[in-house]
Design a protein around this ligand. Structure first.
Ligand code: 1QQ
Length: 427
């Protein structure tokens, strides 16, 4: 019974320790946008159907969504598109942008750099959106965000966690907390389960920007923060399917913990092959494991994997209840971090547009001026979101990086069918 009870304990102590250890500033409480009209209006969690009396009408405001709808990244990207559509219906039912609806233009960014570049170009030049939510991978963001930055189009990064994303340019604002703040929480959780961990083996997909960034964070946390011994460091490609070499090297290294930074397909297959070869110790998976689609890759071998989280479905706020209820109604499961971050991006677009329209009616602005004003409004605001209260630190030579207060760790619990499971939140 205990196993099925979702326990959420906010890792304030660990977070504070890690922020201090990394020399990072505490989250700012600054920000100019006042109380969130949407959050205030969502106490009763109205659905699109029941909130019809306040629904937005008229000429829609176009918001671009450039996420992977095809390729090996599509499972993540399709969840993002679904989350964005839930946000579109939800906020339009709440009255949109002071009575005017938003309309998403969803463009397939596929799983590579060129796909993201093409999607961004179409959204900017053909669809003429006010801003873009996307792309799915950091690897793609480093290529595509530059284009939006040059064109003066605000980008909200829904799932780009590598070091250096907001530094791409002043029009890039990151909603997905960086690996440096999120990932080490999973090592602390592993030590809480097994205080005898001494030696840690690590691996990463060497052709993926996020995986490279995340393994750097993990390796520094192992040696510097937690004073553990770093064993073998294995590498592979996100396109690999055979991990015999890496799994054998991990086993020979005799670690107490293995930490894997890859995407769901390669990372999940590596876990399965490692368990098949007989590894019995704890495994930490990085943000690439942060999807229910992982269950079908590592199957029963997913059981027990620890994954740090920037979102908890149990956060008890009106906006999180509203979002998670909408998601559960459609998907029949709790929302995960990546869809929650994507919903949050659309929310921020709507709230920033709403605040801007009150100061300076959008109808009278040309598109270039509107995009620039929207970017400042986004970065100056404070938002009550499913991720908790968030705001952004404006970088001197770049865009905005998220200030988020709460992080969590979940452990995958597979069901006896070996095909379905849950992310259970732990201390
Ligand atoms: C990144 C990530 C991915 C794992 C998100 C899907 O965090 O590319 O930055």
């Amino acid at each position: 019974m205990r196993d099925v009870v979702v326990r959420v304990v906010v890792l304030f102590a660990t977070l504070t320790m890690l922020l201090t250890a990394c020399g990072q500033a505490a989250p700012s409480t600054g920000g100019s946008q006042s109380a969130s009209p949407t959050a205030a209006a969502t106490t009763a969690a109205p659905t699109a159907a029941t909130a019809g009396t306040t629904a937005a009408t008229g000429d829609p405001i176009l918001i671009g969504v450039a996420v992977a709808q095809t390729s090996n990244v599509a499972l993540l990207g399709q969840d993002q598109a679904d989350a964005a559509k839930i946000a579109e219906a939800y906020f339009n039912a709440q009255g949109g942008v002071n009575g005017r609806p938003i309309k998403l233009v969803i463009q397939d960014a596929a799983g590579d750099e060129q796909g993201a570049i093409n999607a961004f170009n179409t959204l900017i030049n053909t669809s003429k959106v006010v801003g873009i939510v996307g792309p799915t991978l950091s690897q793609q963001a480093f290529a595509a965000d530059k284009i939006a930055n040059q064109a003066g189009v605000p980008v909200l990064a829904p799932s780009n966690t590598a070091k250096g994303i907001p530094e791409i340019g002043s029009y890039v604002t990151r909603v997905s907390a960086p690996v440096a703040k999120v990932a080490p929480n999973a090592i602390q959780a592993a030590l809480n389960i097994n205080p005898n961990i001494k030696k840690v083996s690590v691996g990463y997909a060497q052709d993926d920007a996020f995986s490279k960034s995340e393994t750097g964070t993990f390796q520094r946390a192992v040696t510097d923060t937690f004073k553990l011994t770093l064993g073998t460091v294995q590498t592979w490609s996100t396109k690999d399917t055979d991990f015999t070499t890496q799994a054998t090297a991990f086993l020979n290294d005799q670690p107490d913990l293995v930490i894997i930074s890859g995407l769901a397909a390669d990372g999940g297959n590596l876990v399965r092959q490692l368990r098949d070869l007989g590894y019995k110790g704890l495994i930490v998976g990085g943000n690439g494991f942060n999807t229910s689609h992982i269950y079908s890759v590592c199957k029963e071998a997913c059981n027990g994997i620890l994954v740090a989280q920037a979102y908890s479905p149990a956060l008890d706020t009106p906006i999180n209840k509203a979002w998670s209820e909408q998601y559960k109604r459609q998907k029949n499961m709790e929302p995960g971090q990546i869809p929650a971050q994507t919903f949050t991006c659309v929310q921020i677009m709507v709230e920033a547009l709403t605040a801007l329209d009150k100061q300076n009616p959008l109808a009278g602005m040309d598109l270039a001026a509107l995009r620039t004003a929207l970017n400042s409004q986004i970065q100056g605001g404070t938002y009550q979101t499913p991720l908790g209260e968030i705001s952004f630190t404006k970088l001197e030579n770049g865009g905005g990086d998220i200030n988020q207060k709460q992080f969590y760790v979940a452990q995958i619990k597979m069901n006896p069918d070996g095909a379905t499971g849950t992310f259970e939140f732990i201390k």
